[in-house]
Each structure stands twice: as C-alpha cells, then as structure tokens.
Design a protein around this ligand. Structure first.
Ligand SMILES: C[S@@+](CC[C@H](N)C(=O)[O-])C[C@H]1O[C@@H](n2cnc3c(N)ncnc32)[C@H](O)[C@@H]1O
Length: 221
C-alpha cells in the first residue's frame, strides 16, 4: 500500500486550487485523511496551549454558560471547554471532520454540528457566552477574510467573550495556506460592539508559526 501523502503538502495543493470556492477544499482534505490517503490534519488530543493557559488564568467560577468552538476539526478544544463546565457547541464546515470528532469522543457532552461561518444558522447568532476561534480564519484565503471575521463576531452573546488565536503574519509573505493575520486583521474582531480586552503576541516553540501567534480577547457590551 502506498504511503499516505502528508496533510501539509495536500493543504498547499488544495488551498489554492479553486479561488472561486475558498472553503470547498476542506471537505476534500478531511475525507482523504479519513480514507487513509492523507495523514490526519491538525491532529492533537490536547487543548491548544494558548487556550489552556488563558482558561487557567481565569477564575474557575467563570467557566459556565454556553461556548462555541469555530472550525473545531477533531474536537480537542471543544472537549476541553466541556470538561471545564461550558455547555459546548462545536462546528466545522466539513461533515467528515464533524463525523471524525464525534467518533473520536464517544459519549461526549459536546454538540458537534456541520456549520459554515459564512452562512450561520440564525439560532447561533449572538447565542454564545464564549466564542473560541483557533486557526480557522487564517486557513481560508484572504478573499473572504472580512466575512469570516464578521461571522465569528456574530456568534458572541451580549456580555460574551471572544477569544481568537491566530498566527502572526510576516510582512510580504502571502504564500498560504495558512494566511496568518496582520495586527489590523486581528484587531478587526473588535467591531460590532466587541471591545478589545487584550491583544498578546505569544511565542510558540517548535511551531511552524513564526514569529508566533496572536491571542486576542474581546468583550461584547
Ligand atoms: C486550520 S484548521 C484548525 C482546526 C482546529 N480549530 C484546530 O485548531 O486544530 C481549520 C478548520 O476550519 C474548518 N473551516 C474552514 N472554513 C470554515 C468555515 N467557513 N466554517 C466553519 N469551519 C471552517 C476546516 O474544515 C478546518 O477543520
């Protein structure tokens, strides 16, 4: 049997293949991976360290209410938030990714759903006390960046919190995916009533994300 192709090379090939359909390739990638033709993308069992340290720094009593994980992939961050006590929804545009997340976490309290940030169901608008977005916006071509960012903002409930974790863009490097975020692009989460609480630049040792990542928190009035 042939060795599976790496998900990194497959991402580089698919991510630019059809500019008229900037999100259609995710399902192809996830289904090739679950078929064993490609290694499993974005595969981790632990929560993202920048999410885990953010929650650890907060009062444990604040881990309540509803949370949503955008572009959840295999579900590690959603499972973590559910363990902390959030009533957690997690969605991804890829039905295959959602099926893989459910299979990976049998009996999970997380509500996994297929959903597109560019076409969100009305029931999710302003519905979540905590919105966690990690690496989804940067994974999609810049042609729809402002629409994706607006989609993330629209999930935040009144008095809710948005946490965005994204790679920091290197000036002049537009050779995605991923397409990391400039300061102006991370600050663009702070619109529609959301105000910035903090915008940190974090180093990530042993990561392809050089010069590091943004961890930005916003609060809805
Ligand atoms: C770079 S991966 C990150 C996955 C996960 N958040 C993580 O940090 O491991 C981006 C994910 O976003 C999903 N995605 C891409 N466009 C999306 C959209 N418009 N709506 C929802 N999910 C999307 C992809 O299928 C993929 O699982």
């Amino acid at each position: 049997m042939a060795e599976p192709r790496t998900w990194q090379s497959e991402t580089a090939r698919l991510g630019n293949a059809d500019p008229s359909d900037p999100t259609g390739w995710f399902e192809e990638l996830w289904s090739s991976a679950t078929a064993g033709d490609v290694t499993m993308p974005w595969d981790r069992g632990d929560p993202h360290p920048a999410l885990a340290s953010w929650t650890n720094d907060r009062d444990p009593g604040t881990a309540s209410g509803t949370a949503v994980v955008v572009g959840c992939g295999l579900g590690a961050d959603a499972e973590y938030l559910a363990r902390l006590g959030y009533e957690t929804t997690a969605f991804d545009i890829s039905p295959t990714a959602v099926a893989a997340a459910r299979e990976r976490h049998p009996g999970s309290p997380v509500t996994y759903a297929v959903g597109d940030l560019l076409e969100l169901p009305r029931a999710w608008l302003h519905a979540f006390d905590l919105v966690v977005e990690i690496y989804t916006v940067q994974a999609v071509n810049r042609s729809v960046r402002s629409e994706l960012t607006a989609g993330v903002r629209s999930l935040v409930a009144s008095s809710g919190t948005l946490l965005a974790i994204q790679a920091i863009a290197v000036e002049g490097d537009d050779d995605g995916p991923p397409w990391p975020l400039t300061r102006a692009e991370i600050e663009a989460f702070g619109q529609d009533g959301l105000t910035p609480v903090s915008t940190e630049e974090l180093a990530v040792p042993d990561s392809p994300h050089n010069p590091g990542i943004w961890r930005a928190e916003f609060r809805q009035a």
